[in-house]
Design a protein around this ligand. Structure first.
Ligand code: URA
Length: 190
C-alpha cells in the first residue's frame, strides 16, 4: 500500500473511532455531525480553524459556510486548491451559539483527534486560522494581529498563523494581509 492510501486508511479508522464521541461536553449538545476534517490525506498544507459553525455541523465538512467560501475564493488565485490541502478544526463539534471552545473541550479534542491527524498527515506546514487555533497548538495566549504572517517552529511543527476568515468578513481591509500570508504559505509548501 502506498503512503497516501495508508494515511487515508489511518484517518478513516480514526474518524470511525470518534464519530459518536462524547468525550467532552460538546458531544452532548445537539450535534448533527462531527466535523472531522476534509481533504488530501497526503497534504503538504494543513489548515486548522477553531470549530465548526452551523453549516459545518449540518454538512459534516469544515469551512463550508460564509467564511469557508471566502477562504476558497482567496486560495484559488494564489494557487492553493482545497482538494490538495487538509482542513480541520481544533474541536470537531459545534460549540453552542458558535462560542469559543472551552479549554477542556479544546484540550480533549486536540489530544483525541487533532494531534493524531497531524501525526498521520505530517504536513510540511500548518496554517492556523485565528488566534484560538494557534493558542491550542502552542498553549500560550497570543495577539493574532502581531504574530500573523510569522513562521513559528513549535516542537516538530512549522506553523504560519493568520487571521480567521470570519474576521475578514467583518474587516475587509485586512484581506490584503491575508492574501500575502497565503502567498507565503504557498511558497513554504513547495
Ligand atoms: N469557523 C471555523 O473555525 N471552522 C469552520 O469549520 C467554520 C467556521
Amino acid at each position: 500500500m502506498n503512503t497516501k492510501n495508508k494515511k487515508k486508511l489511518l484517518l478513516e479508522n480514526l474518524y470511525a473511532q470518534y464519530q459518536n464521541c462524547t468525550a467532552c461536553p460538546l458531544g452532548f449538545q445537539d450535534r448533527k455531525n462531527i466535523v472531522f476534517g476534509y481533504g488530501n490525506s497526503n497534504a503538504l498544507i494543513m489548515f486548522i480553524g477553531e470549530g465548526p459553525g452551523k453549516d459545518e455541523d449540518e454538512q459534516g465538512k469544515p469551512f463550508v459556510g460564509r467564511s469557508g467560501k471566502l477562504l476558497t475564493k482567496i486560495l484559488e488565485p494564489v494557487g492553493i486548491k482545497r482538494e490538495d490541502v487538509f482542513i480541520t478544526n481544533v474541536v470537531k463539534c459545534r460549540p453552542p451559539q458558535n462560542r469559543k471552545p472551552l479549554s477542556v473541550e479544546s484540550k480533549t479534542c486536540k489530544n483525541l483527534l487533532l494531534f493524531k491527524q497531524i501525526n498521520i498527515i505530517k504536513p510540511k506546514i500548518i496554517c492556523t486560522l485565528g488566534a484560538s487555533a494557534l493558542e491550542a497548538l502552542i498553549e500560550q495566549p497570543i495577539k493574532i494581529s502581531q504574530i500573523r504572517g510569522t513562521i513559528i517552529h513549535h516542537k516538530t511543527l512549522t506553523i504560519l498563523p493568520t487571521y480567521h476568515p470570519a474576521y475578514l468578513l467583518r474587516n475587509r481591509k485586512e484581506i490584503e494581509k491575508f492574501i500575502s500570508d497565503m502567498k507565503k504559505l504557498k511558497k513554504l509548501s513547495l
